[in-house]
Design a protein around this ligand. Structure first.
Ligand SMILES: [Zn+2]
Length: 557
């Protein structure tokens, strides 16, 4: 085992660490994040593919979007993840938990697990709930018991546990007793205000582990003191068997504990098994895909997964890393699917690129010359503003172009977009387009609510003329991100679109300083990708006449 592979810290090596992702619930509280139901379904799929044990999908009683999400999730088959619905204990003074709308929504949700938070800090019981300590304990135990009687398995989120433990340890423990006694499987200790220090977390977590056993204890931290991951790690070292966080640490105020760092730390440094070994190599991809879905620029200096996490600039550092990587790297970047980048080096990221390329073209190996060329080309595209995580269809087309296996189904001759005032002509915006397929040109136009919509309708109309296969294809999502924000006049935009044929969906990307051109590139990729998958005849293909039935005689349109 090399220096990179050693387990550096004590902390229950070999034991399993159960992960709960709350990106869709706590993460959705972050400023700047607004998930559609489609976004949430995509994230559930990413987390499930990655192997996260529990996905806290939202609060079915809090808003209609979450209620719809749970309805949609009822029809989704997950590989291994278990869904968790989130809510709170019954209201103070209510006669029984059965009459509480929030608890009833949890009982009725498709999720087999319910996670409910309850107060553990006597100050909160007194000042916020304005009830007695005894009533709060009844609220906890009755709510847990009600959910268990409804067939749910319960995770109890011990809100403000560490502040409560510091102020009144007996009462904070009594709250855990109430949840445990009523049948909660996991007692998750929360640093809700995010200001706890690691040694305080360690002391309180150890006390809870002694009382209830390590297997019952979980940890949920916020980052207001910049210590969310550190506090999570000390609780895990104190024995906690369950850890909560959000992808990239998204969350209210300063965010939640970053699940990506927790996973890598736990698995690589503490030897605690979170996900399968092969999956850990997809950590960087998970992090970047979720940031694209959130439409938030990926944090370059994020631990383990950031673009700069293994970027070496200093000459002596580069020299040393090239002699022996552990000299200036705490882990091997490939273990988390990231790559080393050395300035002035042409080969950076080659093996990482090769791994992604092999998924598309299995014949390409790391050693092949092509991997270096592809790595260099991708680096150039990324420098131009492209980001292929979250746009796998464009990535696949790009790789095929580089390998010389790309087939162009249609050629743009020209297009024009006419922006008008709806109030004047009643039609809004129109686009005119001329394309060429197998030597034959075709002109058509489309209208829409804005230039991109008009262009989309024109291109679809013209391509459908030659390839009726795309008639059922639809655009389901359109996102624009401004990049190069420091140079406002030369700012580029990255357009990410998602399309579906009603069965599968795929995402494509386009970059330009002109939003219409960026949209055009993403639209063209999405259509080409669909045609490629559908096995559409290629107008220039060997043995296929340019004027074959599919591409020849123009019919009425
Ligand atoms: Zn939280």
């Amino acid at each position: 085992m090399g220096v990179h592979g050693r387990i550096a810290e004590k902390g229950g090596a070999g034991r399993r660490l159960e992960l709960l992702d709350t990106t869709l619930r706590d993460g959705a509280q972050a400023r700047g994040i607004s998930f559609s139901v489609e976004d949430k379904l995509k994230i559930v799929k990413c987390l499930d593919d990655f192997g996260i044990a529990y996905i806290e999908a939202g609060n079915p009683a809090s808003n209609v979007k979450d209620a719809e999400l749970f309805r949609r999730l009822a029809g989704v088959r997950l590989n291994s993840a278990k869904l968790v619905a989130f809510g709170s204990t019954r209201r103070a003074g209510a006669a029984s938990p059965g009459g509480d709308a929030g608890l009833a929504a949890l009982a009725g949700a498709c999720a087999p697990y319910a996670s409910i938070f309850g107060k553990c800090w006597d100050y909160h019981v007194r000042e916020i709930l304005k009830t007695s300590n005894a009533e709060n304990l009844s609220m906890i135990s009755e709510s847990v018991a009600y959910l268990i009687a409804s067939g749910k398995r319960v995770i109890f989120d011990a809100e403000h546990f560490f502040d409560g433990y510091a102020a009144n340890p007996e009462y904070a423990m009594a709250c855990l007793d109430a949840a445990y006694g009523a049948g909660a499987e996991t007692l998750c200790l929360c640093d809700t205000n995010g200001g706890a220090f690691p040694l305080a977390v360690r002391g309180a977590a150890r006390a809870a582990v002694r009382r209830f056993g390590a297997a019952r204890i979980g940890i949920h931290c916020h980052n207001d003191g910049g210590m969310a991951v550190a506090n999570t790690m000390v609780a895990i070292q104190a024995g906690a068997a369950h850890a909560q966080g959000t992808v990239n640490g998204y969350g209210e105020r300063c965010g939640n504990a970053d699940l990506c760092a927790i996973i890598a730390n736990a698995q690589l440094k503490l030897g605690r098994r979170c996900v399968e070994d092969g999956k850990l190599q997809e950590l960087t991809l998970l992090s970047r895909t979720v940031s694209e879905i959130c439409n938030i620029p990926h944090d370059e200096k994020a631990p383990y997964v950031g673009a700069n996490a293994f970027a070496h600039k200093g000459g002596m550092h580069i020299d040393a890393v090239e002699k022996s990587p552990p000299s200036f790297e705490h882990v091997d970047p490939e273990q988390v699917g990231n790559s080393r980048s050395l300035l002035m080096s042409e080969v950076s990221g080659r093996s990482n690129v090769a791994r992604r390329v092999r998924k598309i073209a299995p014949e390409v190996t790391k050693a092949a010359r092509i991997a270096a060329d592809v790595a260099a080309r991708l680096k150039q595209l990324e420098a131009d503003g492209y980001q292929f995580e979250g746009a796998e269809a464009s990535f696949e087309l790009e790789i095929k172009k580089m390998l010389g296996t790309y087939r162009q189904f249609f050629e743009l001759v020209s297009f024009k977009v006419f922006v008008g005032e709806p109030a004047v002509d009643g039609a809004g915006t129109a686009a005119w387009i001329k394309i060429r397929v197998g030597g034959q040109e075709y002109i058509t136009a489309g209208e829409g609510e804005g230039p991109v919509h008009a262009l989309d309708s024109a291109i679809r109309k013209s391509v459908t003329h030659f390839y009726p296969q795309i008639a059922g294809m639809k655009l389901t999502d359109y996102k624009v991100r401004v990049i190069d924000s420091d140079a406002a006049t030369a700012a580029k935009v990255r357009v990410l679109i998602e399309s579906t044929d009603g069965r599968d969906s795929w995402a494509t990307v386009g970059v330009s300083s002109d939003i219409i051109l960026a949209s055009w590139k993403a639209l063209v990729d999405s259509i080409e990708y669909m045609l490629m998958r559908a096995g559409a005849p290629w107008p220039g293909g060997a043995g296929e006449a340019a004027g074959s039935a599919e591409v020849g005689a123009p019919g009425p349109n």
